[in-house]
Design a protein around this ligand. Structure first.
Ligand code: CP
Length: 322
C-alpha cells in the first residue's frame, strides 16, 4: 500500500478489518515490524483522537513517531506549483515534502477543506501534493474530502458489534443521518463513511438528510437516500450521526432544525440500534445526552478502535516496503 487516502487504496477491506481486530486482541503481535522505522505526522489542523491513536498504533508496531503541528508551528506552506511566493506563504511543499520524505519512512497528513471553493477542496490538492513530492507512502489523517482512518474504525466497530450481536441471517441496516450543528463543517466524515460502507458491500445502507444536503454522488451511489429521517431509522441496526454543511450550496448551513437530533423516542423506531459518532460532538445540538450516555452508544468504543484502524494500515504499509 503506497498511499491511504480513500477506500479505493485498500485491496481487501474485510481482511483489513480482520487484521485490525487481531491487533485489538494482541496489540504487540507485530512489535518488531516497525523497528528502526519512523513515521512523521503533520497536522495542518487540530486533532485529538487521530493524533493520539496514530501515535499509540505506531509505537505498538515498534516505530518512532514525530508529530509536527505544522499549521501552528511551521512555515506557512505554499501548495500551488509555479506560484510567485510574494504573499503570506514562506515555503513550497515541493521543497518541504522531499525533506520530510528523507526524515520519515511514512508521512501522515491532516488538512481540512476551507469550505470556500468546492472545486479547490474536492481536488484534494494538499494531500496530493504531499504524495507527489514526499517520495514515501502517505497516510491521510483526514483530507479535504475524506477521513479514511475514521471510516475504517467505523467499519471495525460495526463488524465487532455484528459479531457480538450474532447478526448472521441478514445484512445489517446502517443509517447515516445528518444532524444539526452551530458551525459549517466539512463533508469529509460523511463522504468517507458512505464510500467505505459502499465499498465494503455488506450492509443495507440508507442516508437521511434535509433538502439541500446531498453528498457527492460518487461516494453515495448504492445507498438509499431520503429526506425522511423516521422512515430511514425504522428497523435500523446502526445509526451514524454526523453534521455536514451543504455540498450544493457549498459550505453553507441551510438548516438548523433540532427535530433532526437523535433522541430515545426516535431510537424506539429502530432494531435497538447502536449509535455512532466520530467525535468531537456538540452535546444536545448534534446528539442528545440521553443517547450519548445511554446503553446504545458506541462512541467511546469507536474512538478506542481508532488505534486498531491506524495500526492495521501502518502495518500494511510497512509490510509492502519490506
Ligand atoms: N474523529 C476525529 O478525527 O477526531 P479528532 O479530530 O480529534 O482527531
Amino acid at each position: 500500500m503506497k498511499q491511504f487516502i480513500s477506500a479505493h487504496d485498500v485491496s481487501d477491506i474485510p481482511e483489513l478489518i480482520t487484521n485490525a481486530l487481531n491487533y485489538k486482541a494482541n496489540p504487540r503481535r507485530d512489535e518488531l515490524l516497525g523497528k528502526h522505522k519512523r513515521i512523521g505526522c503533520l497536522f495542518l489542523n487540530p486533532s485529538m483522537r487521530t493524533r493520539l491513536s496514530t501515535q499509540v498504533a505506531a509505537q505498538q508496531l515498534g516505530m518512532e513517531i514525530v508529530i509536527f503541528n505544522v499549521g501552528n508551528e511551521g512555515w506557512a506552506l505554499e501548495f500551488e506549483d509555479g506560484a510567485i511566493m510574494n504573499g503570506t506563504t514562506s515555503e513550497h511543499v515541493k521543497d518541504a515534502a522531499p525533506i520530510m520524505g528523507n526524515y520519515f519512512d511514512i508521512l501522515a497528513v491532516r488538512s481540512f477543506p476551507k469550505l470556500e471553493d468546492r472545486d479547490v477542496d474536492y481536488s484534494d490538492h494538499i494531500i496530493k501534493q504531499f504524495i507527489k513530492y514526499a517520495g514515501v507512502p502517505v497516510i491521510s489523517l483526514e483530507s479535504a474530502t475524506l477521513h479514511p482512518l475514521q471510516s475504517l474504525a467505523d467499519l471495525i466497530t460495526i463488524k465487532e458489534s455484528i459479531i457480538e450481536q450474532k447478526i448472521t441471517d441478514r445484512k445489517p441496516k446502517i443509517v447515516l443521518t445528518w444532524a444539526p450543528h452551530v458551525k459549517a463543517l466539512p463533508q469529509c466524515v460523511a463522504n468517507s463513511f458512505a464510500q467505505w460502507v459502499n465499498a465494503w458491500g455488506e450492509a443495507d445502507f440508507v442516508i437521511a438528510h434535509p433538502e439541500g444536503y446531498h453528498l457527492e454522488e460518487s461516494y453515495t451511489a448504492g445507498a438509499t437516500i431520503t429526506h425522511n429521517q423516521e422512515e430511514a431509522l425504522t428497523n435500523a441496526d446502526f445509526i451514524y450521526v454526523k453534521n455536514w454543511s451543504s455540498y450544493s450550496d457549498y459550505g453553507k448551513v441551510l438548516c438548523n432544525d433540532n427535530a433532526w437530533m437523535l433522541n430515545n423516542k426516535k431510537l424506539q423506531l429502530t432494531n435497538n440500534a447502536k449509535v455512532m459518532h466520530c467525535l468531537p460532538v456538540r452535546r444536545n445540538v448534534e446528539l442528545s445526552d440521553e443517547i450519548l450516555d445511554g446503553p446504545n452508544s458506541l462512541v467511546t468504543k469507536l474512538a478506542s478502535n481508532r488505534v486498531w484502524a491506524a495500526q492495521s494500515v501502518i502495518a500494511e504499509m510497512l509490510k509492502s516496503r519490506r
